[in-house]
Design a protein around this ligand. Structure first.
Ligand SMILES: [Zn+2]
Length: 403
């Protein structure tokens, strides 16, 4: 190698060394990012039992000087560790049996070795649950008529992740009776045409650390002799007129299936439901068997309340308006969602109150005026109550004893 070439390479080396030192010094003084710390094995908001294996890792852009760990604000496990590396992993364990059941916090603090000593502080809130799960049904032997609702209650020793009942092949969720309550309840609708006799109720209870308990009970469904009604006929001209201005009731059913999926997972009501208009007389009882030329034989799964046309019809409980439309059979129709898949239906209204779909209404707020729009021969309110879109007797829901 010639002398000139040697000088060239040495100069290049010195230059790049100089450049490296220069940029390192520049980075040392200018670096301003907080250390990025990742916690593996524990997630904020989750529940834990037994021994929890965790580690802290980082792949930071600047060398991290030290890491400190705190449990409930006290130094924990390795306490403070000098890591002096960009990339590292520090394992540690949380023996949750040494901790109280309930809420805890894990804090990780880190500082880098730059001139600015950039710091980070991350907090994870988690829950310890080492309490064995205990749950029981308040009542496990039920007798209920066809077309009624079964109100099942369950007491647990802790807040649960989920409780599901299986009855007649269908699944029903339980919900806390009030926020943060360990008393859970479930409303199971029994269709007018559900088979009578003995049926099993199977309940699966699960807490947040995945402990499971299975409970069973017995439901005796009594055959209910729904009264037979002398049919009626509606004039062809009225029906034709309705068909002209109204939508098919199939559209209502499809809409209700959609709304059911969006029903809030908590009760919007408290206490008994109210009969939504002044009762002059009950024109049709729940479940009456009716035969008409237009519709054939069918069960009338609501009650018809007769009163003067124009009488105020009000919301039987707090809820949200989900349907306000006109249909061939139900006429001017209002449906209110009360949460937990419980809907009330108001049919044949003369007109609507000043409300829109999406509005929240309180028990007693007017929803419309009693009328005879749709498939009706005289002024009355057809009042229905549905649980998971299964029609049940609304009168049961007006009784204090039901709750
Ligand atoms: Zn009716």
């Amino acid at each position: 190698m010639s002398a000139k070439l040697k000088v060239f390479f040495v100069s290049l080396l010195v230059l790049s060394l100089g450049f490296w030192i220069g940029s390192s010094i520049y980075k040392y003084f200018s670096y301003k990012q907080s250390p990025k710390i990742i916690l593996v094995g524990l997630k904020g908001g989750d529940h834990y039992m037994g021994n929890v294996t965790c580690f802290i890792k980082s792949d930071n852009d600047y060398k991290i000087d030290d890491v400190s760990l705190f449990l409930d604000d006290k130094p924990f496990a390795f306490g403070n560790k000098k890591v002096r590396a960009k990339k590292f992993e520090i394992p540690f364990n949380i023996e949750t049996e040494q901790l109280e059941n309930g809420q805890h916090s894990l804090i990780i603090e880190a500082a880098d070795s730059s001139y600015n000593r950039n710091k980070s502080k991350d907090t994870w809130i988690f829950y310890v649950d080492n309490k064995p799960l205990k749950s029981a049904l308040l009542q496990s032997e039920f007798k209920v008529d066809q077309g009624r609702t079964l109100h099942v209650k369950l007491q647990s020793n802790k807040i649960l992740e989920k409780v599901v009942a299986k009855v007649l092949g269908d699944f029903y969720d339980f919900y806390p009776e009030e926020k943060k309550s360990t008393l859970y309840e479930c409303f199971i609708p029994l269709d007018c045409e559900d088979n009578d006799g003995d049926h099993l109720i199977e309940v699966e209870v699960q807490d947040f650390v995945k402990n499971k308990v299975k409970l069973t009970g017995n439901i005796k469904i009594n055959k209910f002799n729904f009264p037979r009604q002398k049919g009626f006929s509606i004039s062809k001209s009225k029906l034709d007129e309705e068909k002209e201005i109204s939508m098919n009731n199939k559209i209502l059913h499809d809409a209700l299936d959609k709304w059911l999926k969006n029903s809030p997972k908590e009760k919007m009501w408290s206490g008994p439901f109210e009969t939504p208009t002044v009762v002059q007389w009950i024109a049709t009882q729940f479940g009456e068997i009716r035969t008409t030329p237009e519709r054939g034989r069918y069960l009338h799964k609501a009650i018809d309340i007769a009163n003067r046309p124009g009488s105020v019809v009000w919301a039987s409980q707090n809820g949200r308006i989900i349907i306000k439309d006109r249909y061939v059979l139900s006429g001017n129709t209002i449906v209110i969602d009360h949460g937990l898949g419980v809907f009330t239906h108001y049919y044949h209204l003369e007109d609507f109150a000043d409300i829109e779909v999406g509005d929240f209404v309180k028990k007693g707020n007017p929803v419309g005026k009693l009328g005879m729009t749709g498939y009706a021969t005289g002024p009355h309110l057809h009042w229905g109550l549905y649980v998971n879109n299964v029609a049940v007797d609304p009168v049961q829901w007006t009784k204090k004893s039901f709750f």
